[in-house]
Design a protein around this ligand. Structure first.
Ligand code: DGL
Length: 265
């Protein structure tokens, strides 16, 4: 069986790449639902429906556990998928993991007291980061800002024009004197340098591609019954629901040219 990594599009490839680097021998399946991207501006019903179909597909392709790299899905549909879908699915012993709690745990472990969050419309409106933070440590504050233009710009080769827009979105977080900025969307990992330049070197960026592999290692150590089911033949498959030339180019830029992407049949 395999580890699954699910995202709506491109950014999750960075998390998949980081997981692959951390566990080169574990079999992995990446699925990007590029046909329905961007999730961040869709209705909650549509996000649940797309995520549900993607998870079904990945379980049918032998994923033992699925990491939902997409923050929008983690914020909008994860609980329902875990609590309502999974127990009555044909695969009740499989697992679906999100990225919100591990990300907040990292911010807390690093001692931050004022957290900033940049996310999609849905992630910010869902208020999931604040709600989960409240449970973990109610003393810590979080300032959130939605950045709906960033994903379409990244997906459409628009990085050249991104600076003023990025600054506009980051300004409220800087004004709130946030000590760290959580990149609450898989795509924003591609903007790390630009964001660091704007917020300054004394502030920290928490990017999920840097933390999820270690959190996964910790999870697998605590769950040997899952680890023993995952094959160690080092195979990785990358499947998307719609494959375009620009996606292929962006993906091979991220992977340094060595990635074969398949279109879902
Ligand atoms: N992957 C999504 C996330 O992490 C953002 C991209 C989208 O809007 O589909 O929130």
């Amino acid at each position: 069986m395999k580890i699954g990594v699910f995202d709506s599009g491109l950014g999750g490839l960075l998390i998949a790449k980081a997981i692959r680097t951390r566990f080169p021998d574990l079999d992995m399946l990446y699925f990007g639902d590029t046909l329905h991207l961007p999730y961040g501006n869709r209705s909650p019903e549509a996000i649940y429906e797309y995520a549900h179909r993607a998870i079904d597909y990945m379980f049918a392709h032998e994923c033992r556990l699925i990491i939902v790299a997409c923050n929008t899905v983690s914020a909008t549909a994860l609980r329902k998928l875990q609590q309502q879908y999974l127990p009555v699915s044909p695969w009740p012993d499989r697992r679906i993991l999100g990225v919100v709690v591990p990300t907040l745990e990292t911010a807390i472990e690093r001692g931050h007291k004022k957290i900033g969050l940049l996310g999609t419309n849905h992630t910010v409106r869902s208020d999931i980061y604040r709600q989960e933070l409240q449970k973990l440590d109610p003393e810590i504050s979080i300032t959130q800002n939605a950045a709906p233009l960033l994903v379409p710009m990244i997906e459409n080769d628009g990085l050249e024009w991104i600076s003023p827009i990025l600054e506009y979105y980051l300004q409220p977080l800087a004004s709130a004197d946030c000590e760290c900025i959580i990149l609450g969307c898989t795509h924003y990992a591609l903007l790390q340098d630009a964001i660091q330049n704007f917020i300054g070197r004394d502030k920290t960026i928490i990017s999920q591609d840097r933390i999820i592999p270690e959190k996964l290692a910790d999870y697998l150590m605590r769950h040997p019954e899952i680890m023993k089911d995952i094959s160690h033949s080092g195979q990785a498959r990358y499947i998307v629901s719609d494959l375009t030339e620009s996606y292929m180019k962006a993906a091979s830029d991220l992977y340094g040219g060595s990635i074969t992407i398949e279109r879902k049949e």
